[in-house]
Design a protein around this ligand. Structure first.
Ligand SMILES: CC(=O)SCCNC(=O)CCNC(=O)[C@H](O)C(C)(C)COP(=O)(O)OP(=O)(O)OC[C@H]1O[C@@H](n2cnc3c(N)ncnc32)[C@H](O)[C@@H]1OP(=O)(O)O
Length: 169
């Protein structure tokens, strides 16, 4: 399969925070942000694989900054690494300052998607070649995160998680 670059499937969604999407503190609901991130990441996975893609796991979410009502929120998702049938997708969330237009990082998340055929069976995806320093950094650490996710899901024995063991040796 032909190798692809992260820039070929990057997805950017920009939208407002409306009153029906906030908590009693008038900040964006965590669940609403998760849904926006899932939508962006699923488009990225689909663009990379040109297949039906399902969310296999949400590996990490950090709600570092509250996002107030009326904010302009940009969700950007990129493939950080592919394996056989799965893709790790990194999602960065930015809030745009109304006056300056400057975007400040608010949150980030890491999702795993799996490409499947029409019957839901996992199928192989194209390899990815990171280009920028950040893409290379995320690529390098992705196998460790995959093993951690599989161990937590009970799908891998801790003794088989070579990348995790290497952290402590
Ligand atoms: C866009 C949406 O929101 S879709 C709706 C929400 N998602 C769903 O409904 C998905 C439901 N789940 C499923 O269909 C299945 O569990 C699947 C397709 C995700 C995985 O199917 P499995 O039978 O477990 O397949 P299998 O064991 O071959 O795993 C497939 C790949 O997923 C990876 N995987 C499975 N679970 C995890 C996990 N918890 N964390 C990381 N990777 C995982 C496997 O390591 C494998 O990767 P690889 O082929 O790249 O090495």
């Amino acid at each position: 399969m032909q190798t692809k670059y992260p820039s070929e499937s990057v997805t950017t969604l920009t939208d407002l925070v409306l009153p029906g999407e906030t908590n009693p503190l008038n900040n964006l609901f965590g669940g609403e942000l998760l849904a926006r991130m899932d939508r962006a990441a699923s488009i990225t996975a689909r663009r990379h694989s040109r297949r039906i893609c399902v969310t296999a796991s949400v590996n990490h979410v950090a709600f570092n900054r509250a996002i107030p009502l009326g904010s302009v929120v940009t969700v950007e998702s990129k493939v950080s690494r592919t394996f056989n049938t799965s893709m790790e997708i990194f999602i960065d969330v930015w809030i745009e300052d109304r006056e300056s237009g400057v975007k400040n990082k608010a949150n980030e998340a890491i999702y795993t998607f799996v490409a499947v055929d029409e019957t839901g069976r996992p199928v192989q995806v194209a390899p990815i070649e990171p280009q920028t320093e950040l893409e290379k950094e995320r690529f390098e650490a992705a196998l460790r995160r995959k093993q951690l996710s599989l161990v937590l899901a009970g799908k891998m024995m801790p003794s088989e998680a070579t990348e995790l063991k290497a952290l402590f040796s």
